[in-house]
Design a protein around this ligand. Structure first.
Ligand SMILES: [Zn+2]
Length: 496
């Protein structure tokens, strides 16, 4: 009876609750010439010397030809502002800082409630980290416009706009773009400018580039669950770690290697031909296995911000002819959408509350066996833990509160688990051991380890009954509007 009620409440709640929810060999080996401050930089000079039949003027003309048909920085700003005014109901435009030359780093947020704090995951796309890899900035504008055009028409667009706060920074390096080179105006490779876990080369704040500082500040302001940066020069989805401690090249997975492989595969398999790569099996690669880099953005995101970042190499050619952009958009569109929608359709989500006053608790969430912890958001205490399908024991903990854990089996859909933590002072018993493990033999595919004392258990069941009744009422109210796509989420919810 109790189990039936619990599952009834789970099924009903899933109906009304919305989503829970680095390019190429040249790119990586190009580490020289950082002090060359000339207008076309070290890369330009090197290519120029390699093509020395060409005069410098001819070379500059060649570079300019490469950019024909691409948006200039002012075109990009205009396109973003036009997007925002055309789609003002689901977007806002803001700047996260300025480049060395003072160009604003414009970003757009796409959501049904842009700018609002919601118990939803946030995703960021960053394009043009390297100035000479401009395809990403074009594709990101196409993505924004596609979402706007298809909101409330296409289930995937609607799912993303309603269930995710998607932030898009089409160009992290506008100066590099206008200079037609990899580095920024100071000729620094921005994907080597972040603090590194092994080497302290970038620890001096005063030497950090303004574009890097802007990204770091951005992650203080927004709780990003996941992100991707877009590069060119290869065709592969790259995941952490990007470097090894001894600088040698070998596979070096981070604690969430399984999840990262899953996420990278979501991108490559949804892509027109990335997964068919002969160089990279499945179209994915561990960064350090490909070639180690230090000071990269993706490792920093994962280590310091709880943000699962991929580095996506989306075209073998860094400067594909502009006429190919629509085709390349077609190749990447479903990958980009699937990656963002994955924040709602997969993983473990929920909120954490205090049992004494119902206050949201910014507790930490850990998975047994994975040496990595994410934090629930400070204001709403929602958490979004990306995970590959599998069986997990999730543990919520907060200083001053008794930890609780739940066992979950993640299949195709997302699972929602809310935690209600008891203050340590309100409990007189002994702290239960959390190493009891999970019995995954159960055919229900879901169980909860409940550590509540008997008296609180009764209260909890009463609350679940009330919740089930409330769910039933809510279901009736919103079913007609949201049934189709929310059913497709298949998320289950439970309170622990
Ligand atoms: Zn790049």
């Amino acid at each position: 009876m109790i189990l039936s009620l619990l599952f009834l409440s789970l099924n009903l709640s899933s109906l009304f609750r919305c989503s829970i929810a680095r390019g190429g060999t040249l790119h990586r080996s190009d580490r020289s010439g950082y002090l060359d401050g000339s207008i076309y930089g070290h890369l330009g000079r090197r290519l120029y010397s390699e093509n020395n039949q060409m005069s410098e003027e001819e070379y500059i003309e060649k570079l300019e030809k490469l950019a024909e048909g691409y948006m200039s920085n002012s075109d990009l700003e205009k396109a973003m502002k036009e997007f925002n005014s055309r789609c003002s109901n689901i977007s806002r435009i803001y700047s996260i800082g300025k480049s060395v030359l003072g160009v604003p780093l414009w970003a757009v947020e796409i959501s049904d409630l842009p700018g609002a704090k919601e118990a939803e995951p946030a995703f960021k796309f960053i394009g043009n980290v390297h100035g000479d890899e401009p395809l990403g900035r074009e594709l990101l504008l196409l993505l924004a416009n596609w979402l706007c055009d298809n909101y409330m028409k296409d289930p995937l667009a609607t799912l993303i706009v309603d269930g995710v706060h998607l932030h898009i920074l089409p160009s992290m390096n506008p100066d590099g773009f206008s200079l037609r080179r990899r580095g920024n105006a100071n000729n620094i490779d921005l994907n080597r400018d972040f603090p590194d876990q092994f080497f302290r080369v970038n620890d001096d704040m005063d030497l950090r580039q303004p574009e890097t500082k802007a990204i770091m500040k951005w992650l203080e302001d927004v709780d990003f669950t996941a992100s991707a940066s877009l590069h060119g020069g290869a065709l592969v989805a790259n995941y952490p770690w990007d470097g090894t401690e001894d600088t040698k090249k070998y596979y070096y997975g981070c604690p969430d290697d399984k999840t990262f492989r899953f996420l990278a595969s979501v991108y490559s398999r949804s892509h027109y031909n990335m997964s068919l790569s002969k160089e990279f099996p499945g179209g994915i690669t561990n960064g350090a296995y490909w070639y180690p880099i230090y000071g990269g953005m993706q490792d920093w995101n994962y280590i310091h911000c709880g943000c699962f970042e991929l580095t996506l190499e989306i075209s073998d050619n860094k400067w594909p002819n502009a006429s190919e952009i629509p085709t390349l958009w077609g190749y990447n569109r479903m990958s980009m959408l699937s990656l963002v929608a994955g924040l709602v359709k997969t993983g473990l989500h929920g909120r954490i509350f205090s049992s004494d006053n119902g206050r949201p608790l910014p507790a930490s969430v850990a998975i047994r066996g994975i040496n990595y912890t994410i934090a629930a958001s400070k204001t709403l205490a929602d958490y979004h833990r990306l995970l590959a399908p599998g069986k997990y024991e999730v543990i919520a903990s907060m200083p001053g509160y008794r930890s609780k854990s739940a066992c979950v089996v993640l299949g195709e859909g997302a699972v929602k688990v809310d935690f209600v933590l008891d203050p340590e002072t309100s409990y007189n018993g002994t702290q239960p051991l959390l190493d009891s493990g999970c019995d995954f033999d159960s055919k229900t595919g879901f169980q909860v380890l409940d550590f509540l004392p008997a008296s609180q258990l009764e209260i909890s069941m009463l609350l679940i009954l009330i919740l089930a009744f409330f769910c039933f009422l809510m279901k009736r109210r919103v079913r007609s509007n949201h049934l189709n796509y929310k059913q497709s989420l298949g998320a289950r919810r439970v309170v622990v």
